[in-house]
Design a protein around this ligand. Structure first.
Ligand code: UD1
Length: 423
């Protein structure tokens, strides 16, 4: 299991209407691969809009362990990967977050060698890395798997390959792109993941001198270059934080305005809110959501790879469905165990049944306060959304999970008028 330390609790007095403006934090899922990719640059990279999250801190801890320097100035992180002293990552650091596997491609490209443990299981059910390993093997990397350890080295050279992914895995696409950026020859990834964070990684690598074409499409072509140079880059805004705060607005009948948002990244998310009766206004200055007094159920939500509805938004949006008029069917197609929030939502009085990858939510008029526990990052966000509209005082424990992906959630919500405290 991934290890998350801490004993913080959120105390929420539900029922407050929210209003105001939110500037979105930078994307966690962009920051993690980009931090790993700085290893290719051998110098000082300046990364703006880098959110202050425990997963980001875990990436910085890995970089420091390897011998890099990393410092933060507000939302900017400055990483110097000029001098490095080690090519291993200890188990404790690998287990802090599952995404640590993203360092495999970066370290092998920099050192020709890496020793690390498997990132381990996670709270979303088994998250295999077979696609990462088989793709990297095709690029000339020898990978010995032994008792949970990965010992990887390049026998002859790191070279380009034609890789066809059976699933458009985000992490595998990123690992291949990073390893291919300085490999000899051309790499072609078919059925690549198309998430905006893939495009952000390509933009960063290209700013460093890489030659990556087609990011955001199903076929990505990477022409290896000998060397990359450091660059300045700003992470894209976090579309999942946007979807979470939109859910918070929806359940409290509120109006929130988002700045620093890229509306096209939320094209599969907006219709769900519109179907629920929310008004979404998009203009040059950002996006506003205004929720009605009573929501209508969005009917059917199927999680899919981008540009489909994101699995990461499933849990917070389920809290919205829990108080909407009518029935909503969720089909979780991405991960096996992504309904750990359901039993906790039911403690608030939600009416939800789960059968395999399907969850059927029968909306109720009002949730009531409850003491609940989060078991994963997005599930934690769902519980906060539910508590915001539940009548009375709720306590949410396990918010260390929340802090892996949401920067100062309680401060953001308090500034919008919510009664929420971290104790
Ligand atoms: C990334 C995101 C995560 C998001 C997920 C799906 C980051 C840091 N995390 O996770 O927030 O929920 O995309 O949008 O960006 N799979 C395999 N073998 C592999 C790799 C993946 O079978 O080697 C399967 C997984 O079990 C899963 C599916 O492919 O069922 C998609 O996973 P993937 O896209 O790789 O997710 P992550 O990159 O781990």
């Amino acid at each position: 299991m991934e290890r998350v330390l801490g004993v913080s609790v959120y105390v929420v007095e539900g029922g407050r209407t929210l209003s105001g403006e939110v500037r979105l934090q930078g994307s966690k899922n962009s920051a993690l691969p980009i931090l790993a990719a700085t290893l290719l640059c051998r110098g000082e990279c300046v990364l703006h809009n880098c959110p202050r999250l425990s997963d980001v801190e875990a990436s910085l801890a890995i970089l420091r362990y390897i011998g890099c320097t990393a410092r933060r100035e507000g939302s900017t992180v400055i990483v110097d990967t000029g001098s490095v002293t080690r090519f291993d990552i200890p188990t404790e650091l690998m287990h802090r977050m599952r995404s640590s596997i993203i360092f495999l491609g970066a370290m092998i490209a920099r050192f020709d060698r890496v020793r690390m443990s498997f990132p381990g299981g996670c709270e979303l059910g088994p998250r295999p890395i077979d696609l990462h390993l088989s793709a990297l093997r095709e690029m000339g990397i020898e990978i010995c798997e032994d008792h949970g350890e990965l010992d990887c080295y390049i026998r002859d050279e790191l070279h380009g390959a034609r890789i066809s992914l059976p699933i458009p895995s985000v992490g595998a696409t990123e690992n291949i792109m990073i390893a291919a950026a300085t490999a000899r020859g051309t790499t072609v990834i078919s059925n690549a993941a198309r998430e905006p964070e893939i495009v952000d990684l390509a933009d960063f690598l290209n700013a460093c001198g890489a030659k990556i074409h087609g990011a955001g499409e199903s076929t990505v072509v990477i022409d290896g270059t000998e060397r990359l140079s450091p660059a300045v880059h700003a992470m894209i805004p976090d579309r999942i934080v946007a979807a979470t705060l939109m859910s918070a607005a929806a359940v409290t009948g509120s109006t929130i305005h988002f700045t620093g948002i890229i509306p096209s990244h939320l094209e599969s998310v907006f219709p769900v809110f519109r179907d629920s009766g929310c008004e979404i206004d998009i203009d040059g200055k950002g996006v506003s959501i205004s929720a009605p007094y009573r929501l209508t159920s969005p009917k059917l939500i199927r999680t899919m790879p981008y540009p489909g509805f994101p699995t990461d938004a499933q849990a917070p949006v389920m809290s919205m469905a829990a108080v909407a008029d009518g029935m909503t069917v969720f089909v979780e197609n991405m991960f096996l165990s992504r309904y750990s929030h359901v039993s906790e939502l039911c403690r608030f009085g939600a009416n939800i049944r789960v059968e395999g990858k399907v969850a059927v939510v029968d909306g109720v008029r009002q949730l009531l306060s409850a003491n609940v526990r989060a078991y994963d990052l997005r599930g934690a966000a769902a519980l906060v959304v539910a508590a915001l509209c539940a009548k009375g005082r709720s306590e949410i424990s396990g918010i260390e999970y929340l802090e892996r992906g949401y920067e100062d959630m309680e401060l953001v919500l308090s500034a919008l008028g919510a009664d929420i405290k971290k104790i």
